[in-house]
Write a protein that binds this ligand. Structure first.
Ligand code: SF4
Length: 487
C-alpha cells in the first residue's frame, strides 16, 4: 500500500533501513531569493526525511509558510516558491518520530509568541516530551487564570497547538517563557529540553540555530557573500554555494540578523554525537567534525577486511549506502571491486499503488543483479547495517538465483541490538534480528556462507572521534542522555 507521503511500505520496499528523521535548513541573506536557496538546500537533505517538506519565509514584517506531504520536488513548484518572498527563511524535510505522519505535523511549525511569530524546524527527538507537556499544561492553566482575570483589552490572542509533535511544543513553551525577547526566552527554555535537538527557527527579522548539549544531530554554519546559512549537513551548504564556517557547538544558540551573528551558550557541551551518522545517515559528501563521511565509511570497509578476511573473487556493495565500505574492503583485501547489483533508484518514490504481481517482486523492484558479473563467483557483499535482516535474506536468495557460488556478507557497523530514542527509527527491539540471535545464527537465517560485523572499536576508530564523545547506544545499549523511566 502506498503511503500518503509517496513512499511505499515495506510490503513492497523491504529496504527496512533505519529511517532518519529530519533535515533542517535556514538562511539569512538580504537581496537573495531565499525560498529558492532553502528549496535547493532541502533537496540536498532529502535523504534525511521524505514524508513532508516545508519552507517559512519572512520579508521583515510577515512570515509565510508553505508545507505539505511528499518529497521536496512534489511539494514545491516554482510558482509556490514565488509566493514566499523575503530575506530570511527556514525549511524542513520530515520523517516522523514523535507525532504521526500527517499534514498538521509537517514543519516548519508556526506559532505566535509575545515577541512575534515564530517558525521552527527541528531535527532530533526530545526524550522528556511528557515532562515538557506537563510544563506546557501548567503554563496553559496559569495563562487561562490570568486571562480570566484580565480585561478584554489586556487579553493576548493565543493559538493552541494543532499538532502532536515536539516541535510545536517547543514553540508553545517559547511563547510562555519569561524574557524580554526571543533570545532570552530560548536561553531560559533550552536547558530544560532533554534529548536530541538541532533547531533552526526564525521570527520576522531574525534567524536562530541551536544544538543540544550532546550535539547528537549535526548542524553546520555557512557563509554566503551577503548572508549566512545553517544546515543539517555540509553538503547542503555546498549546493547553495555557501562556504563552511564551523559546526554549531553543542549547547550553543546562534542569532543572526542585520547586525551580524551572535553566539550564546545555554549549556556546557557534553558531546555524544550519533555514530550512525558516519555509518549510514549522513550523505557521504558531508563533513562531520572535520572528517568526510565518505572517508570514514571507506576506512570502515578497510577495517572490516582486516577483521574478517575471506577468499573471494569479487567485492560488491548493496547500493548506495554500502559502496564506500565495499571500496575500502576491496582496497585492503586486494579482491577486485565490481558492480553486482543495479539500483532502480526512483521506485520507492511513487504514489501509484502497486499491483499484487508487482508487490510479489519484493527486493527485485529496487535491486536487479548483474548476472554476468555474479555467475560462478565467490562474492563479498558489503552493507552498512542489518536491522531486521529481511533485505539481506532476500538479497542472498536473489544472488544465488543469479548464479553466485559463495556469498560472504560483511557489515560496516556492529549488530544493531537496541532502539534509538534520539530521533532514528529502527524497528522495535523485538524485531531487531541481532537482539535474539548470535552472528552464526544470523548468518544461517540469512542463508549466507559467512557473516562478519565490524567491531565497535574498529567502527569508532574509522570515525577518528573520541569514543567518549560518541553515542553508540543502538549497538551498546548504553544511552548517554537520560531516558524517562517508562521507556
Ligand atoms: S542510538 Fe544509535 S542511531 Fe540513535 S543517536 Fe545513538 S548512535 Fe545514533
Amino acid at each position: 500500500m502506498a503511503r500518503a507521503d509517496g513512499l511505499l511500505t515495506d510490503q513492497i520496499d523491504p529496504t527496512e533501513k533505519a529511517q532518519d528523521e529530519c533535515g533542517v535548513f535556514g538562511v539569512f541573506a538580504p537581496g537573495e531569493e531565499v525560498a529558492k536557496l532553502v528549496y535547493f538546500g532541502l533537496y540536498a537533505l532529502q535523504h534525511r526525511g521524505q514524508e513532508s517538506a516545508g519552507i517559512a519565509a519572512s520579508n521583515g514584517s510577515q512570515i509565510l509558510v508553505y508545507r505539505d506531504m511528499g518529497l521536496v520536488s512534489q511539494v514545491f513548484s516554482e510558482s509556490d516558491l514565488e509566493t514566499l518572498p523575503g530575506h530570511l527563511a527556514v525549511g524542513h524535510t520530515r520523517y516522523s518520530t514523535t507525532g504521526s505522519s500527517t499534514w498538521a505535523n509537517a514543519q516548519p511549525t508556526l506559532g505566535p509568541t509575545p515577541f512575534g511569530t515564530v517558525a521552527l524546524a527541528h531535527n532530533g527527538n526530545l526524550t522528556n516530551f511528557a515532562e515538557l507537556e506537563a510544563l506546557a499544561d501548567d503554563r496553559r492553566h496559569m495563562h487561562q487564570e490570568t486571562v480570566r482575570e484580565a480585561t478584554q483589552k489586556e487579553k493576548r490572542t493565543r493559538q493552541f497547538r494543532d499538532s502532536s509533535n515536539d516541535t510545536s511544543l517547543v514553540t508553545e513553551l517559547l511563547a510562555s517563557t519569561e524574557g524580554d525577547n526571543l533570545t532570552e526566552a530560548a536561553l531560559e527554555l533550552f536547558p530544560k529540553l532533554t534529548g536530541a535537538f538541532s533547531l533552526v527557527f526564525m521570527e520576522e527579522n531574525r534567524l536562530y540555530a541551536a544544538r543540544d548539549p550532546w550535539g547528537v544531530r549535526p548542524l553546520s554554519l555557512g557563509r554566503l557573500e551577503h548572508g549566512w546559512v545553517v544546515a543539517s549537513e555540509t553538503a547542503a551548504l555546498d549546493i547553495v554555494g555557501a562556504s563552511f564556517v564551523r559546526d554549531v557547538e553543542p549547547g550553543e544558540l546562534i542569532v543572526i540578523d542585520e547586525e551580524g551573528l551572535r553566539s550564546h551558550r545555554f549549556a556546557d557541551p557534553t558531546p555524544a554525537r550519533c555514530v550512525f551518522e558516519y555509518v549510514y545517515l549522513s550523505r557521504p559528501d558531508s563533513v562531520l567534525e572535520g572528517k568526510t563521511v565518505h572517508a570514514a565509511r571507506t576506512e570502515m570497509g578497510r577495517e572490516l577486511a582486516r577483521e574478517y578476511p575471506v577468499e573471494a573473487d569479487l567485492v560488491i556493495a548493496t547500493p548506495e549506502s554500502g559502496t564506500p565500505a565495499a571500496v575500502g574492503y576491496a582496497e585492503e583485501s586486494g579482491i577486485p571491486y565490481g558492480q553486482g547489483l543495479m539500483k532502480n533508484a526512483y521506485v520507492g518514490r511513487t504514489f501509484i499503488q502497486p499491483t499484487q504481481t508487482i508487490r510479489q517482486l519484493g527486493i527485485r523492484l529496487k535491486l536487479n543483479p548483474l548476472r554476468e558479473n555474479i555467475e560462478g563467483k565467490r562474492l563479498v557483499v558489503v552493507d552498512d547495517s542489518i536491522v531486521r535482516g529481511n533485505t539481506q535474506r532476500a538479497l542472498v536468495r536473489m544472488l544465488r538465483e543469479a548464479g553466485a557460488k559463495e556469498i560472504h556478507i560483511r557489515i560496516s557497523s556492529p549488530p544493531v541490538k537496541w532502539p534509538c530514542f534520539y530521533g532514528i527509527d529502527f524497528a522495535s527491539r523485538a524485531e531487531l534480528i541481532a537482539n535474539g540471535l548470535n552472528t552464526d545464527e544470523i548468518c544461517q537465517s540469512l542463508g549466507a556462507d559467512s557473516l562478519g560485523y565490524i567491531s565497535m572499536d574498529g567502527m569508532i576508530k574509522a570515525t577518528q572521534q573520541k569514543p567518549a564523545e560518541l553515542c553508540t547506544a543502538c549497538f551498546s545499549g548504553t544511552y548517554p542522555i537520560p531516558l524517562p523511566d517508562n521507556i
